[in-house]
Design a protein around this ligand. Sequence first.
Ligand SMILES: *Cc1c(COP(=O)(O)O)cnc(C)c1O
Length: 377
Amino acid sequence: MNVASFVPKQKTLMGPGPSDVSSRVLQAMAKPTIGHLDPDFVGFMNEVQSLLRYAFKTENEVCFPISAPGSAGMEACFVNLVEPGEEVIICQNGVFGMRMQSIVERIGAKPILVKDDWGKAVDPQKVEDAFKNNPNAKLLAFVHAETSTGACSDAKAIAAIAKQNDCLSIVDTVTSLGGCPLEVDGWGLDAVYSGSQKCLSAPPGLSPVTFSERAVAKLKARKSQVPSWFLDFNLVLNYWDDKEKTRSYHHTAPVNALYGLRESLVILQEEGLESSWKRHRERHIELREGLVKMGFEFLVAEGDRLPQLNAVRLPAGADDAALRSYLLDNFQLEVGAGLGPLAGKILRIGLMGYAANKKNIAILLGALDSYFADSPR
Ligand SMILES: *Cc1c(COP(=O)(O)O)cnc(C)c1O
């Protein structure tokens, strides 16, 4: 066997993630590896945590990146905060709420489902009703930015309902962090997780998380052990929590991946969080105009649309797989397919982080034009 080096082609990533990574981030990752407890790295970790607090708009003590992708951040919130037998209200309006249900069932807890159609935001009235009908519920979980459909839910209103009912909220912000307004402290969110590869435009594989004091109190008051060793915050925080200046080994942190995440957060800070939200919105409006002119219709109602994930219905007769292959083969351009009930029916066009720029919009609109010219409807 004689396998050569892998040399990926340069692509333009306009799907549901990963998004394009800037050369600054890639270069940061090529810096020399140092030990995960090296004195230089300990200071670096503090800076990563401060930058994450900035991005999440929180002052929470517990705020760090889990050494695994967004799905691990999701699992971490549930395994640390849910005990067997507890009732957890879960909002489902797309793929990711279904995963939450599966995790809760595996813990031996009881999911109570609040369902909305795919493409709709979570209906706060249904959440209120679920609390009325299930007064023993301990937690509420929902997805802020549902990447499978492009719908944005009112995280502030939904989390407030949890608080009124003396419950903690678990909030998926994998696609929202950096791309649209999100205020962990201002909105009173308790356990919040995200991902490195969406609007932060770092490579995949890290999951920033943050816990409020209320969430930490529930973790400390557990009667049963956290059922995952790797994700048990009581253990992981021996490494990430620097209160006593005694960081100690839990697992070998992915040092170079963290260089990349840190650089992406420095870039976010340079631009300014609010400016980044604004850029995503402005590029979304430009993309929307182009798509509507071409005859595309959006799946999600205007007020509930995510700027960073544009789900549009395929025109009648258009072949989803052929279209996406054409974009990839001729323009090295990746867009996302529909999932579940939306498979074959929509395109998911990401405008995430570094990829949310005018050049990408021009490439995408030109490429779609070219496809429809070559394959007349
Ligand atoms: C991408 C995504 C995840 C999962 O993140 P991975 O890094 O793929 O594990 C979870 N929730 C939402 C809303 C996502 O968009």
